[in-house]
Design a protein around this ligand. Sequence first.
Ligand code: PEP
Ligand code: MG
Length: 562
Amino acid sequence: MTDLSGVGSTPLSGVGTARWYRPGTLELPDRPDPGSVDPEAERARFEEARDEARAGIERAREQAADRVGEDEAAVFEAHAQFLDDPQLVGDIEDAIAEETTAEHAVADRFADAIEQFEAMDGRMAERADDLRDVRDRLLRALLDVDIIDLADLPAGTVLLAERLTPSDTAGLDPDAVAAVATVTGGRTSHAAIIARSLAIPAVVGVGEALHDVPEGAAVLVDGEAGRVVVDPTDDQRAGAGGVDAPVVEGRVSTADGREIEVAANVGSRAELDPASARGADGVGLFRTEFLFLDREGPPDEDEQYEAVTAALSAFPDDRVVVRTLDVGGDKSVPYFDTPEETNPFLGQRGIRLSLAAHGNLFETQLRALLRAGAGEDGDGLAVMFPLVSQVEEVEAALARVESVAAGLASEGVDHAVPQMGAMVETPAATDVADALAERLDFLSIGTNDLTQYVMAADRENDAVADCHDPLHPAVLRAIDRTVSAAEGTDAWVGMCGEMAGDPALTELLVGLGLDELSMSAVTVLAVKERVTGTDTAEARELADAALACETREEVRVVLGLE
Ligand code: PEP
Ligand code: MG
Protein backbone atom coordinates (compact mmCIF):
# COMPACT_ATOMS: atom_id res chain seq x y z
CA MET A 1 0.00 0.00 0.00
CA THR A 2 1.40 3.42 -0.98
CA ASP A 3 0.12 6.48 0.81
CA LEU A 4 0.83 9.86 -0.79
CA SER A 5 -0.14 13.27 0.47
CA GLY A 6 -1.22 16.41 -1.35
CA VAL A 7 -3.66 19.26 -0.97
CA GLY A 8 -7.21 18.08 -0.36
CA SER A 9 -9.29 20.03 -2.82
CA THR A 10 -12.78 18.53 -2.96
CA PRO A 11 -13.59 17.31 0.56
CA LEU A 12 -15.00 13.96 -0.59
CA SER A 13 -13.36 10.63 -1.20
CA GLY A 14 -13.60 8.25 -4.09
CA VAL A 15 -12.10 4.94 -5.05
CA GLY A 16 -11.54 3.45 -8.51
CA THR A 17 -9.06 2.47 -11.18
CA ALA A 18 -6.11 4.70 -12.05
CA ARG A 19 -5.96 6.08 -15.58
CA TRP A 20 -3.16 8.42 -16.55
CA TYR A 21 -3.79 11.44 -18.73
CA ARG A 22 -0.52 12.34 -20.45
CA PRO A 23 -1.28 14.78 -23.22
CA GLY A 24 2.27 15.84 -24.04
CA THR A 25 4.11 12.58 -24.65
CA LEU A 26 4.10 12.10 -28.41
CA GLU A 27 7.82 11.56 -28.97
CA LEU A 28 8.97 10.34 -32.35
CA PRO A 29 11.53 7.51 -32.50
CA ASP A 30 14.86 8.19 -34.24
CA ARG A 31 14.68 8.06 -38.04
CA PRO A 32 15.71 4.58 -39.23
CA ASP A 33 18.58 4.08 -41.68
CA PRO A 34 17.59 4.61 -45.33
CA GLY A 35 16.99 1.25 -46.95
CA SER A 36 15.51 -0.30 -43.82
CA VAL A 37 12.03 1.18 -44.47
CA ASP A 38 9.42 -0.83 -46.36
CA PRO A 39 7.20 1.75 -48.15
CA GLU A 40 4.35 -0.74 -48.69
CA ALA A 41 4.16 -1.59 -44.98
CA GLU A 42 4.42 2.11 -44.07
CA ARG A 43 1.60 3.03 -46.47
CA ALA A 44 -0.59 0.37 -44.86
CA ARG A 45 0.25 1.72 -41.40
CA PHE A 46 -0.67 5.22 -42.55
CA GLU A 47 -4.03 3.99 -43.90
CA GLU A 48 -4.81 2.20 -40.63
CA ALA A 49 -3.91 5.31 -38.66
CA ARG A 50 -6.20 7.40 -40.88
CA ASP A 51 -9.08 5.01 -40.23
CA GLU A 52 -8.46 5.15 -36.49
CA ALA A 53 -8.23 8.95 -36.54
CA ARG A 54 -11.43 9.17 -38.59
CA ALA A 55 -13.29 7.01 -36.07
CA GLY A 56 -11.95 9.10 -33.16
CA ILE A 57 -13.01 12.35 -34.83
CA GLU A 58 -16.50 10.99 -35.42
CA ARG A 59 -16.80 9.97 -31.75
CA ALA A 60 -15.66 13.46 -30.68
CA ARG A 61 -18.15 15.03 -33.10
CA GLU A 62 -21.05 13.03 -31.66
CA GLN A 63 -20.11 13.88 -28.08
CA ALA A 64 -19.72 17.59 -28.88
CA ALA A 65 -23.10 17.60 -30.65
CA ASP A 66 -24.64 16.00 -27.57
CA ARG A 67 -23.03 18.22 -24.97
CA VAL A 68 -22.65 21.61 -26.62
CA GLY A 69 -24.66 21.51 -29.84
CA GLU A 70 -24.40 20.81 -33.56
CA ASP A 71 -22.83 24.15 -34.45
CA GLU A 72 -19.85 23.59 -32.21
CA ALA A 73 -19.53 20.00 -33.38
CA ALA A 74 -18.89 21.28 -36.90
CA VAL A 75 -15.23 21.82 -36.07
CA PHE A 76 -14.77 18.04 -36.13
CA GLU A 77 -16.11 17.89 -39.68
CA ALA A 78 -13.30 20.23 -40.64
CA HIS A 79 -10.86 17.91 -38.83
CA ALA A 80 -12.15 14.94 -40.82
CA GLN A 81 -11.63 16.89 -44.06
CA PHE A 82 -7.92 17.33 -43.29
CA LEU A 83 -7.60 13.53 -43.29
CA ASP A 84 -8.81 13.50 -46.91
CA ASP A 85 -7.05 16.63 -48.11
CA PRO A 86 -5.52 15.52 -51.44
CA GLN A 87 -2.49 17.80 -51.17
CA LEU A 88 -1.61 16.81 -47.61
CA VAL A 89 -2.29 13.10 -48.09
CA GLY A 90 -0.44 13.13 -51.42
CA ASP A 91 2.62 14.75 -49.81
CA ILE A 92 2.64 12.18 -47.01
CA GLU A 93 2.36 9.29 -49.51
CA ASP A 94 5.19 10.74 -51.59
CA ALA A 95 7.41 10.95 -48.52
CA ILE A 96 6.59 7.34 -47.62
CA ALA A 97 7.42 6.27 -51.19
CA GLU A 98 10.84 7.85 -50.61
CA GLU A 99 11.39 5.51 -47.66
CA THR A 100 10.30 7.72 -44.80
CA THR A 101 8.42 6.01 -41.96
CA ALA A 102 4.72 6.85 -41.71
CA GLU A 103 5.14 8.76 -38.42
CA HIS A 104 8.00 10.91 -39.75
CA ALA A 105 6.13 11.55 -43.01
CA VAL A 106 3.06 12.68 -41.03
CA ALA A 107 5.11 14.82 -38.66
CA ASP A 108 7.11 16.47 -41.49
CA ARG A 109 4.24 17.21 -43.85
CA PHE A 110 1.92 18.45 -41.11
CA ALA A 111 4.73 20.70 -39.85
CA ASP A 112 4.87 22.33 -43.30
CA ALA A 113 1.08 22.80 -43.42
CA ILE A 114 0.99 24.17 -39.86
CA GLU A 115 3.71 26.64 -40.71
CA GLN A 116 1.74 27.85 -43.74
CA PHE A 117 -1.42 28.40 -41.70
CA GLU A 118 0.49 30.14 -38.93
CA ALA A 119 1.82 32.64 -41.43
CA MET A 120 -1.76 33.73 -42.22
CA ASP A 121 -3.94 36.10 -40.20
CA GLY A 122 -6.79 35.71 -37.73
CA ARG A 123 -9.06 32.73 -38.11
CA MET A 124 -6.86 31.03 -40.73
CA ALA A 125 -3.99 31.03 -38.22
CA GLU A 126 -6.30 29.33 -35.73
CA ARG A 127 -6.69 26.44 -38.16
CA ALA A 128 -3.10 25.54 -37.26
CA ASP A 129 -4.45 24.25 -33.92
CA ASP A 130 -6.94 22.08 -35.78
CA LEU A 131 -4.11 20.66 -37.87
CA ARG A 132 -2.11 19.91 -34.72
CA ASP A 133 -5.09 18.08 -33.31
CA VAL A 134 -5.45 15.92 -36.43
CA ARG A 135 -1.68 15.31 -36.62
CA ASP A 136 -1.66 14.17 -32.99
CA ARG A 137 -4.51 11.76 -33.63
CA LEU A 138 -2.54 10.20 -36.48
CA LEU A 139 0.67 10.06 -34.46
CA ARG A 140 -1.12 8.52 -31.47
CA ALA A 141 -2.44 5.79 -33.74
CA LEU A 142 0.96 5.24 -35.39
CA LEU A 143 2.96 5.25 -32.16
CA ASP A 144 0.30 3.30 -30.30
CA VAL A 145 0.13 5.96 -27.60
CA ASP A 146 -3.13 5.75 -25.77
CA ILE A 147 -4.15 9.28 -24.80
CA ILE A 148 -7.44 9.00 -23.11
CA ASP A 149 -10.50 10.96 -24.05
CA LEU A 150 -11.36 12.94 -20.93
CA ALA A 151 -14.99 13.38 -21.89
CA ASP A 152 -15.52 9.66 -22.32
CA LEU A 153 -13.93 7.85 -19.37
CA PRO A 154 -15.23 4.52 -18.10
CA ALA A 155 -17.18 4.53 -14.83
CA GLY A 156 -14.98 4.27 -11.76
CA THR A 157 -11.98 6.10 -13.25
CA VAL A 158 -9.53 7.77 -10.91
CA LEU A 159 -7.96 10.29 -13.25
CA LEU A 160 -4.27 11.01 -12.67
CA ALA A 161 -2.49 13.85 -14.46
CA GLU A 162 0.47 16.17 -14.22
CA ARG A 163 -2.05 18.99 -14.26
CA LEU A 164 -5.49 19.63 -15.74
CA THR A 165 -6.69 22.76 -17.49
CA PRO A 166 -10.03 24.37 -16.57
CA SER A 167 -11.61 23.11 -19.78
CA ASP A 168 -10.20 19.59 -19.31
CA THR A 169 -11.94 19.51 -15.94
CA ALA A 170 -15.16 21.10 -17.14
CA GLY A 171 -15.50 18.27 -19.70
CA LEU A 172 -15.30 15.49 -17.07
CA ASP A 173 -18.38 13.41 -16.45
CA PRO A 174 -18.95 13.34 -12.67
CA ASP A 175 -20.83 10.05 -12.99
CA ALA A 176 -17.80 8.37 -14.53
CA VAL A 177 -14.89 9.99 -12.70
CA ALA A 178 -14.58 8.63 -9.16
CA ALA A 179 -11.78 11.03 -8.28
CA VAL A 180 -8.93 13.16 -9.59
CA ALA A 181 -5.34 13.53 -8.39
CA THR A 182 -2.72 15.79 -9.94
CA VAL A 183 1.04 16.23 -9.57
CA THR A 184 0.83 20.05 -9.52
CA GLY A 185 -1.87 22.64 -8.90
CA GLY A 186 -3.25 24.56 -5.96
CA ARG A 187 -6.58 24.47 -4.16
CA THR A 188 -7.85 27.64 -5.82
CA SER A 189 -6.72 26.84 -9.36
CA HIS A 190 -9.73 26.86 -11.66
CA ALA A 191 -9.35 23.17 -12.43
CA ALA A 192 -9.61 22.38 -8.69
CA ILE A 193 -12.58 24.72 -8.30
CA ILE A 194 -14.44 23.05 -11.15
CA ALA A 195 -13.75 19.56 -9.77
CA ARG A 196 -15.18 20.78 -6.45
CA SER A 197 -18.26 22.23 -8.18
CA LEU A 198 -18.79 18.91 -9.93
CA ALA A 199 -18.40 17.16 -6.53
CA ILE A 200 -15.53 15.07 -7.90
CA PRO A 201 -13.21 14.07 -5.03
CA ALA A 202 -9.82 15.66 -5.70
CA VAL A 203 -6.31 15.99 -4.31
CA VAL A 204 -3.94 18.38 -6.07
CA GLY A 205 -0.23 19.15 -5.70
CA VAL A 206 0.72 15.54 -4.82
CA GLY A 207 4.18 16.00 -6.34
CA GLU A 208 6.39 13.74 -8.45
CA ALA A 209 5.61 10.67 -6.32
CA LEU A 210 2.22 10.49 -8.05
CA HIS A 211 4.03 9.32 -11.20
CA ASP A 212 4.82 6.05 -9.40
CA VAL A 213 1.13 5.12 -9.30
CA PRO A 214 0.75 2.55 -12.07
CA GLU A 215 -1.98 2.61 -14.71
CA GLY A 216 -4.81 0.32 -13.67
CA ALA A 217 -3.99 0.35 -9.94
CA ALA A 218 -6.79 0.52 -7.40
CA VAL A 219 -6.62 4.00 -5.89
CA LEU A 220 -8.41 5.83 -3.11
CA VAL A 221 -8.41 9.63 -3.26
CA ASP A 222 -9.34 11.24 0.04
CA GLY A 223 -9.99 14.90 -0.67
CA GLU A 224 -10.74 15.66 2.97
CA ALA A 225 -7.39 14.44 4.31
CA GLY A 226 -5.42 15.22 1.12
CA ARG A 227 -4.30 11.59 0.62
CA VAL A 228 -3.88 9.30 -2.36
CA VAL A 229 -3.74 5.63 -1.32
CA VAL A 230 -2.74 2.91 -3.78
CA ASP A 231 -4.24 -0.54 -3.06
CA PRO A 232 -6.41 0.66 -0.19
CA THR A 233 -7.56 -1.82 2.43
CA ASP A 234 -11.18 -3.02 2.51
CA ASP A 235 -11.81 -0.75 5.50
CA GLN A 236 -10.47 2.27 3.65
CA ARG A 237 -12.58 1.43 0.60
CA ALA A 238 -15.67 1.08 2.72
CA GLY A 239 -15.14 4.56 4.16
CA ALA A 240 -14.93 6.17 0.69
CA GLY A 241 -17.66 7.56 -1.46
CA GLY A 242 -21.13 8.89 -1.23
CA VAL A 243 -22.40 9.56 2.20
CA ASP A 244 -25.81 11.00 1.48
CA ALA A 245 -25.72 14.03 3.72
CA PRO A 246 -29.00 15.47 4.96
CA VAL A 247 -29.96 18.81 3.43
CA VAL A 248 -30.70 21.90 5.50
CA GLU A 249 -33.76 23.29 3.76
CA GLY A 250 -34.25 27.04 3.65
CA ARG A 251 -32.28 29.96 4.99
CA VAL A 252 -30.21 29.72 8.15
CA SER A 253 -29.52 32.28 10.85
CA THR A 254 -26.91 32.56 13.55
CA ALA A 255 -27.84 31.50 17.09
CA ASP A 256 -28.80 35.14 17.79
CA GLY A 257 -30.93 35.48 14.66
CA ARG A 258 -28.77 37.07 11.93
CA GLU A 259 -29.63 35.52 8.58
CA ILE A 260 -26.68 34.50 6.41
CA GLU A 261 -27.29 33.43 2.86
CA VAL A 262 -25.40 30.26 1.93
CA ALA A 263 -25.33 30.05 -1.85
CA ALA A 264 -23.58 27.92 -4.48
CA ASN A 265 -20.91 28.69 -7.06
CA VAL A 266 -21.70 27.11 -10.41
CA GLY A 267 -19.99 27.01 -13.79
CA SER A 268 -22.43 25.06 -15.91
CA ARG A 269 -26.03 23.95 -16.17
CA ALA A 270 -25.02 20.48 -14.99
CA GLU A 271 -24.18 21.95 -11.58
CA LEU A 272 -27.54 23.66 -10.99
CA ASP A 273 -29.67 20.71 -9.89
CA PRO A 274 -27.00 19.23 -7.59
CA ALA A 275 -26.58 22.69 -6.01
CA SER A 276 -30.29 22.98 -5.39
CA ALA A 277 -30.43 19.40 -4.06
CA ARG A 278 -27.67 20.22 -1.57
CA GLY A 279 -29.77 23.04 -0.13
CA ALA A 280 -28.03 26.11 -1.59
CA ASP A 281 -29.89 29.41 -1.07
CA GLY A 282 -29.50 30.39 -4.71
CA VAL A 283 -26.36 31.02 -6.74
CA GLY A 284 -23.75 33.46 -5.44
CA LEU A 285 -21.46 33.10 -8.46
CA PHE A 286 -22.36 31.82 -11.91
CA ARG A 287 -19.05 31.70 -13.81
CA THR A 288 -20.33 32.46 -17.31
CA GLU A 289 -16.91 32.03 -18.90
CA PHE A 290 -17.41 28.28 -19.13
CA LEU A 291 -20.01 28.97 -21.80
CA PHE A 292 -17.23 30.56 -23.84
CA LEU A 293 -14.42 28.01 -23.48
CA ASP A 294 -13.60 25.09 -25.75
CA ARG A 295 -15.43 26.24 -28.82
CA GLU A 296 -14.85 28.07 -32.08
CA GLY A 297 -16.70 31.30 -31.34
CA PRO A 298 -18.64 32.97 -28.51
CA PRO A 299 -22.15 31.79 -27.63
CA ASP A 300 -24.83 34.01 -29.18
CA GLU A 301 -27.33 36.09 -27.24
CA ASP A 302 -30.00 33.39 -27.21
CA GLU A 303 -27.66 30.70 -25.93
CA GLN A 304 -26.56 32.99 -23.10
CA TYR A 305 -30.15 33.94 -22.37
CA GLU A 306 -31.08 30.23 -22.14
CA ALA A 307 -28.22 29.47 -19.76
CA VAL A 308 -29.12 32.34 -17.40
CA THR A 309 -32.81 31.49 -17.58
CA ALA A 310 -32.00 27.86 -16.68
CA ALA A 311 -30.15 29.08 -13.57
CA LEU A 312 -33.05 31.34 -12.59
CA SER A 313 -35.60 28.59 -12.96
CA ALA A 314 -33.46 26.17 -10.91
CA PHE A 315 -33.73 28.72 -8.07
CA PRO A 316 -37.10 30.43 -8.59
CA ASP A 317 -37.27 31.84 -5.04
CA ASP A 318 -33.66 32.81 -4.63
CA ARG A 319 -31.08 35.19 -5.94
CA VAL A 320 -28.85 34.12 -8.84
CA VAL A 321 -25.69 36.20 -9.18
CA VAL A 322 -24.33 35.97 -12.70
CA ARG A 323 -20.80 37.19 -13.28
CA THR A 324 -20.08 38.73 -16.65
CA LEU A 325 -17.37 37.10 -18.71
CA ASP A 326 -14.17 36.55 -16.72
CA VAL A 327 -11.55 35.27 -19.13
CA GLY A 328 -7.87 36.06 -19.37
CA GLY A 329 -5.35 34.80 -16.81
CA ASP A 330 -5.52 31.00 -16.93
CA LYS A 331 -8.75 30.96 -18.94
CA SER A 332 -7.80 31.78 -22.48
CA VAL A 333 -10.18 31.99 -25.39
CA PRO A 334 -8.26 31.50 -28.66
CA TYR A 335 -10.94 33.06 -30.87
CA PHE A 336 -10.59 36.49 -29.19
CA ASP A 337 -7.27 36.97 -30.91
CA THR A 338 -5.84 38.94 -27.97
CA PRO A 339 -2.10 39.62 -27.99
CA GLU A 340 0.13 37.28 -26.02
CA GLU A 341 0.73 38.67 -22.51
CA THR A 342 3.86 38.35 -20.39
CA ASN A 343 1.82 38.43 -17.19
CA PRO A 344 -1.67 37.18 -18.08
CA PHE A 345 -2.92 37.46 -14.48
CA LEU A 346 -2.00 41.15 -14.59
CA GLY A 347 -3.28 41.66 -18.09
CA GLN A 348 -6.57 42.10 -19.87
CA ARG A 349 -8.66 39.97 -17.52
CA GLY A 350 -12.27 40.20 -16.41
CA ILE A 351 -14.05 43.52 -16.83
CA ARG A 352 -10.99 44.97 -18.60
CA LEU A 353 -11.50 42.57 -21.48
CA SER A 354 -15.26 43.18 -21.66
CA LEU A 355 -14.74 46.94 -21.76
CA ALA A 356 -12.05 46.70 -24.43
CA ALA A 357 -13.34 46.41 -27.96
CA HIS A 358 -14.17 42.83 -28.91
CA GLY A 359 -17.01 43.40 -31.30
CA ASN A 360 -20.26 43.31 -29.37
CA LEU A 361 -19.07 40.78 -26.84
CA PHE A 362 -20.13 42.74 -23.74
CA GLU A 363 -23.31 44.16 -25.28
CA THR A 364 -24.43 40.69 -26.35
CA GLN A 365 -23.95 39.34 -22.84
CA LEU A 366 -25.71 42.33 -21.28
CA ARG A 367 -28.64 42.01 -23.69
CA ALA A 368 -29.03 38.34 -22.74
CA LEU A 369 -28.88 39.23 -19.04
CA LEU A 370 -31.35 42.12 -19.20
CA ARG A 371 -33.78 39.98 -21.19
CA ALA A 372 -33.44 37.16 -18.65
CA GLY A 373 -34.14 39.71 -15.91
CA ALA A 374 -37.58 40.27 -17.40
CA GLY A 375 -38.33 36.53 -17.65
CA GLU A 376 -40.52 34.44 -15.38
CA ASP A 377 -38.04 34.07 -12.49
CA GLY A 378 -36.03 37.14 -13.47
CA ASP A 379 -36.63 38.98 -10.20
CA GLY A 380 -33.87 36.98 -8.59
CA LEU A 381 -31.22 38.00 -11.11
CA ALA A 382 -28.16 39.94 -9.99
CA VAL A 383 -25.20 40.72 -12.23
CA MET A 384 -21.61 41.40 -11.20
CA PHE A 385 -18.44 42.53 -12.90
CA PRO A 386 -15.17 40.61 -12.35
CA LEU A 387 -11.69 41.90 -11.53
CA VAL A 388 -12.66 45.49 -10.91
CA SER A 389 -9.80 47.73 -9.83
CA GLN A 390 -11.12 51.20 -10.63
CA VAL A 391 -14.32 53.13 -10.03
CA GLU A 392 -14.15 54.22 -13.68
CA GLU A 393 -14.54 50.61 -14.80
CA VAL A 394 -17.76 50.26 -12.85
CA GLU A 395 -19.02 53.54 -14.21
CA ALA A 396 -18.20 52.52 -17.76
CA ALA A 397 -19.82 49.11 -17.28
CA LEU A 398 -22.97 50.65 -15.78
CA ALA A 399 -23.13 53.09 -18.70
CA ARG A 400 -23.04 50.11 -21.08
CA VAL A 401 -25.89 48.52 -19.11
CA GLU A 402 -27.89 51.70 -19.48
CA SER A 403 -27.27 51.94 -23.18
CA VAL A 404 -28.14 48.26 -23.72
CA ALA A 405 -31.38 48.83 -21.76
CA ALA A 406 -32.16 51.85 -23.94
CA GLY A 407 -31.49 49.81 -27.08
CA LEU A 408 -33.79 47.00 -25.94
CA ALA A 409 -36.48 49.54 -25.05
CA SER A 410 -36.28 51.13 -28.48
CA GLU A 411 -36.65 47.69 -30.07
CA GLY A 412 -39.64 46.98 -27.84
CA VAL A 413 -37.87 43.95 -26.27
CA ASP A 414 -38.88 42.98 -22.70
CA HIS A 415 -36.03 43.59 -20.31
CA ALA A 416 -35.25 44.58 -16.73
CA VAL A 417 -32.11 45.99 -15.15
CA PRO A 418 -31.16 43.61 -12.32
CA GLN A 419 -29.24 44.29 -9.10
CA MET A 420 -25.71 45.25 -10.12
CA GLY A 421 -22.54 44.43 -8.21
CA ALA A 422 -18.78 44.06 -8.47
CA MET A 423 -16.30 41.49 -7.36
CA VAL A 424 -13.68 42.69 -4.94
CA GLU A 425 -10.59 40.77 -5.99
CA THR A 426 -7.85 43.38 -6.15
CA PRO A 427 -6.21 45.41 -3.36
CA ALA A 428 -7.27 48.52 -5.31
CA ALA A 429 -10.92 47.50 -5.12
CA THR A 430 -10.70 47.03 -1.34
CA ASP A 431 -9.33 50.55 -1.07
CA VAL A 432 -12.11 52.12 -3.11
CA ALA A 433 -14.82 49.77 -1.84
CA ASP A 434 -16.75 52.71 -0.35
CA ALA A 435 -17.02 54.35 -3.77
CA LEU A 436 -17.97 51.05 -5.37
CA ALA A 437 -20.62 50.35 -2.73
CA GLU A 438 -22.18 53.77 -3.33
CA ARG A 439 -22.63 52.99 -7.00
CA LEU A 440 -23.72 49.37 -6.74
CA ASP A 441 -26.21 47.08 -5.00
CA PHE A 442 -23.63 44.62 -3.74
CA LEU A 443 -19.99 43.59 -3.56
CA SER A 444 -18.75 40.02 -3.61
CA ILE A 445 -15.26 39.29 -2.35
CA GLY A 446 -13.27 36.88 -4.51
CA THR A 447 -10.61 35.65 -2.13
CA ASN A 448 -8.91 33.40 -4.70
CA ASP A 449 -7.70 36.39 -6.66
CA LEU A 450 -7.66 38.80 -3.75
CA THR A 451 -5.18 36.55 -1.93
CA GLN A 452 -3.13 36.17 -5.11
CA TYR A 453 -2.85 39.92 -5.58
CA VAL A 454 -2.47 40.94 -1.92
CA MET A 455 0.23 38.31 -1.33
CA ALA A 456 1.83 38.44 -4.82
CA ALA A 457 1.46 34.63 -4.86
CA ASP A 458 0.24 32.80 -7.96
CA ARG A 459 -2.91 30.85 -7.13
CA GLU A 460 -1.84 28.14 -9.60
CA ASN A 461 1.60 27.52 -8.17
CA ASP A 462 1.75 24.99 -5.37
CA ALA A 463 5.34 26.04 -4.61
CA VAL A 464 3.97 29.30 -3.17
CA ALA A 465 0.84 27.76 -1.64
CA ASP A 466 2.02 28.81 1.83
CA CYS A 467 1.96 32.41 0.67
CA HIS A 468 -1.40 32.08 -1.06
CA ASP A 469 -3.21 31.84 2.24
CA PRO A 470 -6.41 33.84 2.83
CA LEU A 471 -5.69 33.60 6.54
CA HIS A 472 -2.75 35.94 6.25
CA PRO A 473 -3.59 39.06 8.31
CA ALA A 474 -3.06 41.20 5.19
CA VAL A 475 -5.88 39.39 3.41
CA LEU A 476 -8.15 39.42 6.46
CA ARG A 477 -7.62 43.17 6.80
CA ALA A 478 -8.46 43.65 3.10
CA ILE A 479 -11.72 41.77 3.66
CA ASP A 480 -12.48 43.79 6.78
CA ARG A 481 -11.75 47.03 4.92
CA THR A 482 -14.23 46.06 2.23
CA VAL A 483 -17.05 45.12 4.61
CA SER A 484 -16.50 48.27 6.70
CA ALA A 485 -16.48 50.45 3.57
CA ALA A 486 -19.95 49.22 2.61
CA GLU A 487 -21.40 49.90 6.06
CA GLY A 488 -23.65 52.91 5.92
CA THR A 489 -24.51 52.23 2.27
CA ASP A 490 -27.35 50.02 1.04
CA ALA A 491 -24.97 47.52 -0.54
CA TRP A 492 -24.74 44.01 0.83
CA VAL A 493 -21.39 42.23 0.91
CA GLY A 494 -20.86 38.57 0.11
CA MET A 495 -17.90 36.30 -0.50
CA CYS A 496 -17.60 33.82 -3.35
CA GLY A 497 -13.93 32.89 -3.15
CA GLU A 498 -13.05 29.40 -1.95
CA MET A 499 -12.49 30.72 1.57
CA ALA A 500 -16.27 31.06 1.95
CA GLY A 501 -16.71 27.29 1.61
CA ASP A 502 -14.40 26.29 4.45
CA PRO A 503 -16.62 25.46 7.45
CA ALA A 504 -13.67 25.98 9.79
CA LEU A 505 -13.76 29.68 8.82
CA THR A 506 -17.51 30.30 8.96
CA GLU A 507 -17.47 31.91 12.41
CA LEU A 508 -14.61 34.20 11.37
CA LEU A 509 -16.47 35.28 8.22
CA VAL A 510 -19.70 35.93 10.12
CA GLY A 511 -17.64 37.97 12.56
CA LEU A 512 -16.13 39.96 9.70
CA GLY A 513 -19.69 40.95 8.80
CA LEU A 514 -20.40 39.12 5.54
CA ASP A 515 -24.06 38.84 4.56
CA GLU A 516 -23.68 36.02 2.08
CA LEU A 517 -21.28 33.12 1.59
CA SER A 518 -21.13 31.34 -1.75
CA MET A 519 -19.24 28.10 -2.35
CA SER A 520 -19.02 24.80 -4.17
CA ALA A 521 -22.30 23.08 -3.36
CA VAL A 522 -20.50 20.22 -1.67
CA THR A 523 -19.81 22.31 1.47
CA VAL A 524 -23.19 24.11 1.73
CA LEU A 525 -24.51 21.78 4.42
CA ALA A 526 -21.41 22.01 6.64
CA VAL A 527 -21.34 25.81 6.39
CA LYS A 528 -25.07 26.10 7.15
CA GLU A 529 -24.55 23.99 10.26
CA ARG A 530 -21.70 26.23 11.37
CA VAL A 531 -23.80 29.37 10.83
CA THR A 532 -26.58 28.10 13.09
CA GLY A 533 -24.07 27.40 15.86
CA THR A 534 -22.47 30.86 15.66
CA ASP A 535 -23.11 33.78 18.00
CA THR A 536 -22.55 37.09 16.19
CA ALA A 537 -20.99 38.95 19.11
CA GLU A 538 -18.55 36.12 19.83
CA ALA A 539 -17.80 35.86 16.13
CA ARG A 540 -16.93 39.57 16.03
CA GLU A 541 -14.55 39.13 18.96
CA LEU A 542 -12.91 36.25 17.12
CA ALA A 543 -12.59 38.36 13.97
CA ASP A 544 -11.08 41.25 15.95
CA ALA A 545 -8.56 38.90 17.52
CA ALA A 546 -7.64 37.51 14.07
CA LEU A 547 -7.33 41.02 12.60
CA ALA A 548 -4.95 41.99 15.39
CA CYS A 549 -2.53 39.15 14.52
CA GLU A 550 0.72 39.76 12.71
CA THR A 551 1.28 36.36 11.13
CA ARG A 552 -0.81 33.61 9.58
CA GLU A 553 0.37 31.21 12.28
CA GLU A 554 -1.03 33.52 14.95
CA VAL A 555 -4.33 33.68 13.06
CA ARG A 556 -4.47 29.88 12.99
CA VAL A 557 -3.89 29.71 16.72
CA VAL A 558 -6.66 32.27 17.33
CA LEU A 559 -9.02 30.20 15.17
CA GLY A 560 -8.03 26.99 16.95
CA LEU A 561 -6.67 25.50 13.73
CA GLU A 562 -3.17 24.73 15.06
C1 PEP B 1 -12.10 34.61 -6.86
O1 PEP B 1 -11.14 35.11 -7.46
O2 PEP B 1 -12.12 34.42 -5.62
C2 PEP B 1 -13.29 34.17 -7.61
C3 PEP B 1 -14.36 33.72 -6.98
O3 PEP B 1 -13.21 34.19 -8.98
P1 PEP B 1 -12.42 33.05 -9.82
O4 PEP B 1 -11.99 31.97 -8.85
O5 PEP B 1 -13.34 32.53 -10.84
O6 PEP B 1 -11.28 33.81 -10.38
MG1 MG C 1 -11.42 35.73 -9.52
